[in-house]
Ligand binder design. Structure first.
Ligand code: UPG
Length: 415
């Protein structure tokens, strides 16, 4: 199916001027010139979910921005049965370093769904940009159609499980280019024709990141049953082992020994292609059952982008205790809102931290608790960190920079 994002295009077009205050004139001009240079090319992004998780978050803003710049871009999804998504989630975990005993039956189902998806995709585009492992074999089944293909990896695949890596590598080598967030993430022994490094970005004009008044944020927080007058820690993440939500709960409990009034909110949207989330949600909810200061919200309980925005703005310290992380859009989202962040010292997270504040990157539960408590007790430092964070994000991690980098690559690949 095609994901319709066309109507947003008008709004973004109207707002392109709004980005100009955030960008250098040079960047703005390069962006519009690049867009012009690929005009006429039909581009199709392919992934496996339209909602929940960072890739859907990115594409929902990135594609309308391309369209607003006059680039012809569509977004299409692959369909699969739950067994397929169980396998691809295991691929995801295995690429991030988990172990997976990949059998013949799993390979067959993965390839069958990809073959079916390749047929359904048709032949209408000049360039396909395929995201993450779920649809990665589509290119293999698409045959020699004359189109160009880019594979975009959103996760940390620097130390993958050997069997999964061995299985995926030849499929990825068929692409004209592959994109990783950082050079450390390149799959070992990957012999691709072209490898590019592009960091993701957030959209400052999206509902998730737009300015909200302090009063509105307070009302959203009160409406959820959280006390806005007491200290508030927040983690916004899919319920995924790599995001370590149970580690966040343990860190919060350590903070609470010193600061009894502290509260923790965990917000976790359930993504359509992430079957593992339900089990972890159950375990987190068990933890919350007897703790009136521990709140668990999901998109199923009506917590969407606006609420996430309000909670990010209304919390005192944002946590992102990832054990592995391709990038972690939530880190930039929080810093953009001038919030201090305590986060896992892993993958794409450190590059989002302004250098003087990298001491708030942590390696374990105790470190996370210690840094969070320190920041809760030092409001001046929270303010300094937040302001430096916003400026760092403005310079490096806003959507127009991502669009520019991807357009540069698209132009090279189209030749
Ligand atoms: N989000 C919600 N509601 C929730 C939970 C998450 O809106 O309840 C949003 C969150 O605000 C963010 C996105 O979902 O915008 C999550 O993105 P991210 O923090 O980047 O995590 P992943 O879903 O794991 O995204 C994958 C990679 C990640 C990378 C991203 C884009 O794991 O490291 O930043 O893809 O490349």
């Amino acid at each position: 199916p095609k994901v319709g994002v066309g109507r947003r295009c008008g709004a973004i077009l109207a707002n392109l001027g709004g980005y100009r205050g955030l960008l250098s004139e040079e960047m703005y001009e390069e962006l519009t010139a690049l867009a012009k240079s690929v005009q006429g090319a039909r581009i199709c992004h392919v992934n496996s979910t339209a909602a929940g998780g960072g890739v859907a978050e990115l594409l929902a803003r990135y594609i309308p921005m391309l369209q607003a710049l006059g680039v012809q871009a569509d977004w299409r999804l692959i369909h699969g049965e739950p067994e397929f998504f169980a396998i691809t989630k295991s691929f995801h975990n295995a690429l991030q370093g988990g172990h997976y005993g990949l059998g013949k039956a799993e390979q067959d189902l993965y390839l069958t769904v990809n073959e079916r998806s390749a047929k359904a995709l048709g032949n209408d585009y000049d360039l396909y940009i395929v995201h993450d492992p779920q649809p990665a074999a589509i290119r293999h089944f698409a045959g020699p159609r004359g189109a160009k293909w880019i594979w975009r990896c959103h996760i940390d695949s620097s130390a993958p499980d050997k069997d999964v890596s061995h299985f995926l590598r030849p499929l990825l080598e068929e692409y004209e280019a592959v994109v990783f967030t950082m050079d450390q993430f390149v799959l070992p022994q990957l012999a691709s024709k072209r490898i590019a490094f592009i960091a993701p970005a957030i959209d400052p004009l999206a509902t998730k990141n737009m300015e909200l008044s302090a009063d509105l944020c307070r009302r959203v927080i009160v409406d959820s049953g959280v006390d806005p007058t007491r200290p508030l820690l927040l983690q916004v993440s899919r319920f995924d082992p790599w995001k370590d939500p149970l580690g966040v709960v343990r860190a919060y409990r350590l903070v609470k020994e010193e600061l009894p009034g502290v509260q923790l909110v965990l917000i976790g949207a359930m993504a359509g292609d992430d079957p593992e989330g339900w089990e972890i949600l159950d375990r987190v909810e068990e933890e919350a059952a007897n703790d009136p200061d521990l709140f668990v919200f999901t998109n199923l309980s009506g917590v969407g982008s606006m609420e996430v925005n309000a909670f990010q703005r209304g919390s005192d310290v944002v946590i992102q205790k990832s054990l592995r992380e391709g990038f972690g859009l939530v880190v930039s989202e929080a810093l953009w809102k001038e919030k201090p962040v305590v986060a896992g010292n892993t993958g794409g997270i450190p590059m989002q931290f302004p250098e003087p504040f990298q001491k708030h990157l942590v390696d374990n539960v105790e470190g996370c608790a210690e840094r969070a408590l320190h920041l809760l007790q030092h409001p001046g430092e929270r303010g300094d960190f937040g302001r430096a964070g916003r400026e760092h994000v403005r310079q490096h991690f806003l959507m127009p920079r991502l669009v520019r980098d991807e357009l540069r690559l698209i132009r090279q690949v189209l030749g």
